[in-house]
Design a protein. Sequence first.
Length: 123
Amino acid sequence: MTANHKQLAMTAYQRIFGDLDVSAVDEYLSKDFIQHNPTIADGPKGVKQLVEMLASQGVQKQKIEFKHVVTDGDIVILHTRYEMAGDEWRFIDIYRVENDKLVEHWDAMMQMPGTRANNNPMF
């Protein structure tokens, strides 16, 4: 089942955040979606509002670069690279999957700094 969870999360993430496809939210998220990012409302509506905001701010459609994808039972962890408003970001998104839908989300994000304290890659 974890291979299905992995593919579900990656496909959903690409469609929603890479393709900025608001219609994909209803396809991949449960109607009772629980959001742990305190800046985004619960439910599919909160994610739709986020995608609409990103598009309105000029974020372009893009191919998401998945560096690490880890599954553990009903949990999928995505480590990705994303560009927003000309800046490069790294994200760690954690999803819980139930009945072939994403039902819960946690995340952490980091903008690529202009000056680095080391030469280690962020991936």
